[in-house]
Write a protein that binds this ligand. Structure first.
Ligand code: NAP
Ligand code: ZN
Ligand code: ZN
Length: 346
């Protein structure tokens, strides 16, 4: 077994502790990654706090993992020692079902295996990226393109693909008016992607505080949702609204800003159910949808797109012992725009 230092929570809502876990010895198709940086996604907080129910403890969160290949199994063909690689939100799937065959492993009918807080098919729990080392099957490892620095690139592995995938699916591009709700970790990357895809981008943030930065990320317009006039001014405006907010919104107010045939796509995942009036849909043949991360093939496409278009998450690199404080700050929306743990400081 491969011993590795981690940051783990012993039970829901407990503070982090520095502990040691064991990773499996390399199988023939495995890669051992020496982790350099690991982003802090709001989903890590929902999971470590038990917001979504359940949870496998002790838990080692982290699914925005970048590092360098340290060793490879005997049958690995896609990677070599020294390669810069990434791991996102899942580390296994059946690779036989309809969705796996289509490259949408996140919808695997046998059950996709999340990078942490899951039981792998072999019965062992998965532990994520707040860790010095991780062992992952090569098919679930991404190649980090040249031109992306590892510290700023790590949030692409979740926040990047989670926003890129629905923007592509719902055809964000020239002639489309796209709104991004919530400019946090996901939102600030969504703005950059939607702009690079050629859409007209509006940021809907709670306050005016992030206005200048939104324009820096490529937004064309910016409104505060704390101002009731915003919803009147923007009635019937958007083809697509991408909601990245971690809390419940007044859904009808957001639906009212969609054009005929417009879609509200939710990626934000609050614990409590949302409510809306079906008339908000009927009135303009609108749709409400959700989207879950993205498949391996699309994640690689997203990384290459980010490198080609100079899309760079804005990160604040922290030391391992700042993790509890970082969680508090994310909950207060006090991060510009993603915390990333420098794993060498564990
Ligand atoms: P984050 O960095 O905390 O950003 C969330 C943003 O939402 C905040 O920056 C804030 O933006 C806004 N917000 C927060 N509380 C709000 C409230 N009470 N009312 C209105 N707006 C509020 O979180 P994140 O890492 O981007 O994650 C966002 C959500 O996406 C989380 O629920 C996470 O679990 C989920 N997620 C889902 C997927 C998926 O596959 N579907 C993948 C990753 C994450 P402003 O300051 O601009 O208002
Ligand atoms: Zn995430
Ligand atoms: Zn499958």
């Amino acid at each position: 077994m491969i011993k590795t230092l981690v940051l783990s929570v012993p039970h829901a809502k407990a503070p982090f502790e520095k502990t040691t876990i064991e990773r499996r010895e390399l199988r023939s198709d495995d890669i051992l990654i020496d982790i350099k940086y690991s982003g802090i996604c709001h989903s890590d907080i929902h999971s470590a706090h038990g917001d979504w129910g359940g949870g496998i403890f002790p838990m080692v969160p982290g699914h925005e993992i970048v590092g360098v290949v340290e060793a490879i199994g005997s049958k690995v063909t896609k990677f070599a020692i020294g390669d810069q690689v990434g791991v996102g939100c899942f580390v296994n799937s059946c690779r036989e079902c309809e969705y796996c065959l289509k490259g949408e492993e996140q919808f695997c009918t046998k059950g996709v295996i999340s990078t942490y807080n899951a039981m792998d098919y072999d019965g062992n729990p998965t532990y994520g990226g707040y860790s010095q080392k991780i062992v992952v099957k090569e098919d679930f490892v991404l190649r980090m393109p040249d031109g992306l620095n590892l510290d700023v690139a790590s949030p692409l592995l979740c926040a990047g693909i989670t926003t890129y995938s629905p923007l592509r699916k719902w055809n964000a591009g020239p002639g489309k008016k796209v709104a991004i709700v919530g400019m946090g970790g996901l939102g600030h990357i969504a703005v950059q992607f939607a702009h690079a895809m050629g859409a007209e981008v509006t940021v809907l943030s709670q306050s005016m505080k992030k206005k200048e930065e939104a324009f820096g990320f490529g937004a064309d317009h910016y409104y505060a949702t704390s101002d009731p006039a915003t919803f009147q001014q923007l009635a019937g405006r958007f083809d697509l609204i991408l909601n990245t907010v971690s809390a419940n919104l007044e859904v009808d107010k957001y639906l009212s800003m969609l054009r005929v045939d417009g879609t509200l796509v939710n990626v934000g995942a609050p614990a409590a159910p949302d409510q809306f009036h079906v008339f908000s849909l009927i009135a303009a043949r609108r749709s409400i949808a959700g989207s879950l991360v993205g498949g391996i093939r699309e994640t690689q496409e997203m990384l290459d797109f980010a490198a080609a278009h100079g899309i760079t998450p804005q990160t604040e690199v922290i030391h391992g012992d700042q993790i509890n404080e970082a969680y508090e700050r994310v909950l207060r929306s006090d991060v510009r725009y993603r915390f990333v743990i420098d794993i060498s400081t564990l």
